[in-house]
Design a protein around this ligand. Sequence first.
Ligand code: GLC
Length: 552
Amino acid sequence: MEGLRNVSSHCSISDMDDYDLSRLLDKPRLNIKRERSFDERSLSELSIGLARAGLDHFDSSYSPGGRSGFDTPASSTRNSFEPHPMVAEAWEALRRSLVFFRNQPVGTIAAYDHASEEVLNYDQVFVRDFVPSALAFLMNGEPEIVKNFLLKTLQLQGWEKRIDRFKLGEGAMPASFKVLHDPIRKTDTIHADFGESAIGRVAPVDSGFWWIILLRAYTKSTGDLSLAETEDCQKGMKLILTLCLSEGFDTFPTLLCADGCSMIDRRMGIYGYPIEIQALFFMALRCACALLKPDTEGKEFIDRISKRLHALSYHMRGYFWLDFQQLNDIYRYKTEEYSHTAVNKFNVIPDSIPEWVFDFMPTRGGYFIGNVSPARMDFRWFALGNCVAILSSLATPEQSIAIMDLIESRWEELVGEMPLKIAYPAIESHEWRIVTGCDPKNTRWSYHNGGSWPVLLWMLTAACIKTGRPQIARKAIELAESRLLKDSWPEYYDGKLGRYIGKQARKYQTWSIAGYLVAKMMLEDPSHLGMISLEDDKHMKPVIRRSSSWTC
Ligand code: GLC
């Protein structure tokens, strides 16, 4: 493994940077028997993709795009099939969204929608929104913009951050930033938002995690370890880690969060221990482990990370996991148990299980639920958290398969006519009033409340490839291709089936565009997956196995 340091001994995570070819090649064969929908065509196409990636450098940290010209997507020149006409359009739109600081590209604007009257902050570079753009550029052999972005946001992290009279933690990364061009003075300045301007004034907990994850993707893709090794990057990582590894009153290894601190950036009842943040936290910890220099200070961090990873995976794999068996167990829980022998540790009252989940749960399959805290389980299914759980190997291999099984058997509910629901199901009526505070943007089956977000396509595709189920990704991509360009790349779709362009959806939403490109490029060349995926840690055994349905 060139590029990234092998830190398995420090982190007790083996092969964390290796994208294991044998697994990918073996998996589809295993799945043919188990799963009828895996057809021969997808198997042969997957192998073509692998062959094209070149077995020789498959295991190296490079997954270069080998681009032939600035405007030519490498993927279409490499492609032996006819590229979909949408791919060229998408590249053009993605390049239109580039943001420059002193003539250097530093990111992409959230949406390039001239028709929309209110710009709000969609003219800014969002950290989370830039991730699929960054992956698209890396896959196309254009790492410079990603490097510029990482350095620029790192600089912003160094700013003093205040909300009224309160100072934010040093490590906080911005949600977004804007480049202001002064045409007279010919100067560029930057304005950054760490939550002090955001609707609801919430700091983005996900930004720092995405930053670390992207630093690893950059390192893995280019083989250039020198960026991650700089003093500044090492310090930036440590500042982020200090924020989330600090000791306090916590009784759980999960990270306590305010509502709206991630992709779902408005009140949606995700306060507490949201799955999205826990999965990103886990992934960022694993990436940091690979990137930190093991000097005296670095070793201390690596040690703390390793302990936290251990506790976090135990907690998540046990308490957040829900399948048929587990649901049945909770349904029969006794309450008010005291002492360490309690089975119902969080005192969840079975009456609080919502009706819908009994029908939704397939006999085979499972998922990580939205939130677990005292007397509260949020049974909603969230796309991002479950996909990232697969990519980071927070989910065990069995759990990963179960998550994909559930997506397949609940296709109509979770994918419908446009991949992919951000959350399922929607919150309605009285509950909507209480949980969202009557948010008119988050009405049922819209926006964060059960809306369908094309950006999630890249994560679904990555999870499909990792679990050896590319045919699911292919189906999802076909759905996206039937609408996205025609509808001018909306931010989200509304309705139970995701059939309608979202009520207030922006058009030319950059991450819808980039997400599509990343999904296409990964399916075409699965070796790209290594940038954004971490192999299962063989030493980190799942300790709790309350359900037998994983293995059947
Ligand atoms: C919305 C989304 C958020 C995204 C932003 C910019 O606020 O909820 O996740 O980062 O738009 O696209």
